[in-house]
Design a protein around this ligand. Structure first.
Ligand code: FAD
Length: 323
């Protein structure tokens, strides 16, 4: 394969983001298959010391420019486009996080090449780069072969483990210069997410409520069940969207990733976007009035019944057991 494999490193508030190490791990595999070097590209302002942490790459290209201090996709894409034209990599792996999600799109548009998006895997095979891309929130997967050079590829979080991409090796850093025009977009401020009253990612027992709980008042049934288990209540997106629970309690694609010992689901259908956030729970119990609800394909135990009746009955049984 002609050209190196690049990963775009993401840094935020003085730290290298975890996804950067995931990309380094995946990039290392792909570069090995292709028999070419792996390079990390770090864009920033006074951030050179962060490049030291990218030792899993053969080299790190560090571009320092005041316009790269804040996460403005247009500036990052313009800097990357310059470097790509100069150095001709074979592929550029871009993180799909809230901070970087727009960089790959703008970059591909600037270079007039296709953007392979939502990729969870990538391999190099006989000179071709083949990506596994997720469609429709995980309902379908497409195998796509990159047709242009460079291939711009958006990589989903979790493609590889963070640990695989960490290295104690000293990074070989090359300083590179980029010239950026006055930006049209200005970063104003970052809004921190609301502080969680309860960290649901740390709970062993979770009772999750969905639209099937029907009214805010019925949440009390879930609170009682969670209290009897010594756990907390969380929910599916419609429950959070209605304001019945805070955003920090949302489980799923646009919420939290949880792995409790026990996940009890009251009136949740089992949409892929919810399942994405809880499928690794050790024991899943679903209560749903609809015997054909998709959640019964995921749950270890299922009750076809009314959550408003099953939840209090369970609470009573648990209390009786505990004496
Ligand atoms: C980009 C994107 C991101 C998303 N992110 C998330 C996310 O992070 N988390 C998330 O949860 N969703 C997310 N969604 C929404 C997701 O697609 C579903 O719409 C949502 O998960 C459905 O929530 P639900 O199961 O509570 O509601 P529904 O799908 O409406 O299901 C309600 C269920 O309750 C059952 N029911 C009704 N009455 C009772 C009763 N009395 N007792 C027992 N069962 C009863 C019904 O049979 C039904 O199965 C996202 C969607 C998109 C497009």
């Amino acid at each position: 394969m002609a050209g190196n494999i690049w990963i775009v490193a993401e840094a935020w508030r003085g730290q290298v983001s975890e996804i950067t190490f995931e990309l380094l791990a995946l990039g290392r595999e792909v570069a090995g298959q292709a028999g070419v070097p792996l390079e990390a590209v770090l864009l920033g302002s006074n951030a050179r010391e962060l490049a030291q942490k990218l030792g899993a790459a053969d080299t790190v290209l560090y571009a320092d420019n005041a316009a790269l201090a804040d996460p403005v996709p247009e500036n990052a894409a313009a800097a990357l486009a310059q470097l790509i034209k100069e150095r001709q990599p074979a592929a550029v792996l871009v993180p799909l996080t809230n901070l970087s999600v727009d960089v790959g799109v703008v970059l591909a548009a600037q270079l007039n090449v296709p953007f392979l998006n939502y990729c969870k895997n990538l391999k190099a095979d006989g000179g071709n780069l083949t990506a596994t891309c997720v469609l429709y929130g995980g309902k379908m997967e497409a195998t796509v072969t990159a047709s242009a050079k460079p291939a711009i590829i958006g990589i989903l979080p979790g493609a590889r483990s963070v640990e695989q991409g960490r290295s104690d090796k000293a990074a070989a850093i090359t300083d590179v210069a980029v010239t950026l025009a006055a930006p049209k977009v200005h970063f104003k401020k970052y809004l921190d997410p609301e502080t969680a009253d309860v960290d649901i990612t740390q709970k062993d027992f979770l009772v999750a409520v969905g639209r099937g709980i029907q009214t805010k008042d019925n949440l009390e049934l879930a609170e009682d069940l969670a209290a009897s288990l010594g756990g907390a209540v969380c929910g599916s997106r419609p429950v959070i969207d209605q304001g019945w629970l805070g955003l920090s309690r949302q489980v799923g694609k646009s919420g939290m990733l949880v792995k409790p010992k026990l996940y009890v689901m009251l009136g949740i259908s089992g949409a892929p976007e919810h399942v994405e956030g809880m499928k690794s729970s050790q024991c899943i119990i679903a209560v749903n009035t609809d015997a054909a609800a998709p959640i019964f394909n995921v749950a270890h135990y299922g009750v076809v019944g009314d959550a408003l009746e099953v939840a209090p009955a369970l609470t009573e049984k648990i209390k009786a057991r505990k004496g």
